[in-house]
Write a protein that binds this ligand. Structure first.
Ligand SMILES: NC(=O)C1=CN([C@@H]2O[C@H](COP(=O)(O)OP(=O)(O)OC[C@H]3O[C@@H](n4cnc5c(N)ncnc54)[C@H](OP(=O)(O)O)[C@@H]3O)[C@@H](O)[C@H]2O)C=CC1
Ligand SMILES: O=C(O)[C@@H]1CCC=N1
Length: 289
């Protein structure tokens, strides 16, 4: 019996409250992997009905139609995903609080939002999963940090890990490490895309066509990641194997070192983690006001 069957996911209703990039990435992954029927997923937002119509047409998920409201979907859901921006989280949770019941599992993907803040906004202890996924969940290659509130049952843990595991890999971490996960893998895809943008610019300056440059850059990043994964060798060791003494790679890496490449990446990831903490603190302050 598969983990998902054991977890009993096929009979559950999932509600995504917040229907932006991250919600779509998870929903698309779940549907592509055929793990949840689209009809068992609802996607809700604050106001943008065109966006909901687009999601309905694209995936067949349930959304509010003219004249209906979010309430029924929220009440009926077994699992509610909170997927709005941190600045909207407090208002959103306060507005849906009357429709939620203690038997529901709440899964947040919101950067910085602590389990304690969610419980304070709900005014009670609850089964809460704080996660930090990334947009690669869209293609089943996400990486998600997961932390649980004390009330989450073993069955609910199984369920969460099955859901997030169906769209990538999971790392169950102490909640105090979720900012670190944000700095590394939550924001991480953007660092890699930024690197790829720079590689494309280099390719253009060196005279390659946009088409061949893109193919070469994508395959280079894919191949390098796959080499780390399949060989089990450390990135530093694989780098050494590319770098011939006094060769082309050494010349390039020297330029990167002059530009403090490694130090800058470390500084950037640390700043992302710090920013996650700031976003969480801003939510806490708004609760205290
Ligand atoms: N994007 C990413 O790579 C990642 C994002 N996250 C987290 O995911 C969360 C969402 O980010 P992202 O998907 O990029 O954001 P988007 O801006 O793409 O989407 C935000 C969604 O929230 C909705 N929303 C806003 N206010 C409310 C409200 N009061 N009630 C219900 N829905 C509301 C918006 O609806 P409307 O358009 O109608 O206003 C919109 O559908 C963030 O907290 C972020 O920290 C986590 C990991 C990675
Ligand atoms: O930029 C952000 O705030 C979100 C959280 C992690 C990735 N994107």
């Amino acid at each position: 019996m598969s983990l998902l069957t054991q977890a009993g996911i096929s009979s559950l209703q999932l509600c995504f409250y917040g229907a932006g990039s991250m919600a779509e990435a998870i929903v698309r992954g779940l549907i592509n992997e055929k793990l949840v029927e689209p009809g068992r997923i609802s996607m809700l937002n604050k106001q943008n009905r065109d966006r909901l119509a687009e999601l309905h047409d694209r995936y067949g998920v349930q959304t509010v139609v003219q004249g209906s409201s979010n309430e029924a979907y929220l009440r009926e859901a077994d699992i509610i995903f909170l997927a709005m921006k941190p600045k909207d989280a407090a208002a959103a949770l306060s507005s849906i609080k009357p429709y939620l019941s203690p038997k529901q599992l709440i899964v947040s993907v919101i950067a910085g939002l602590s389990i304690n803040s969610i419980e304070r906004l709900l005014g009670r202890e609850a089964a809460i999963v704080r996660t930090m996924p990334n947009t690669s969940s869209t293609i089943g290659l996400g990486a998600t940090g997961i932390s649980y509130s004390e009330s989450v049952t073993p069955q609910q843990r199984l369920l969460t890990e099955a859901i997030m595991g169906s769209v990538g890999i999971n790392a169950v971490v102490d909640e105090s490490l979720q900012e670190a996960v944000t700095g590394v893998s939550g924001s991480g895809p953007a660092y890699v895309y930024y690197f790829m943008e720079a590689m494309l610019e280099a390719a253009s300056q060196l005279g390659l066509t946009r088409e061949s440059a893109k193919e070469l850059v994508v395959q280079t990043v894919l191949g390098a990641a796959e080499m780390v994964r399949t060989t089990g060798e450390e990135p530093a060791e694989l780098r050494r194997k590319v770098t011939s003494p006094n060769g082309t790679t050494q010349a390039a890496l020297e330029v990167m070192d002059e530009g403090l490449f490694a130090e800058t990446v470390v500084k950037a990831a640390r700043r992302s983690a710090e920013r996650a903490g700031e976003l969480g603190e801003a939510i806490e302050r708004s609760i205290n006001e």
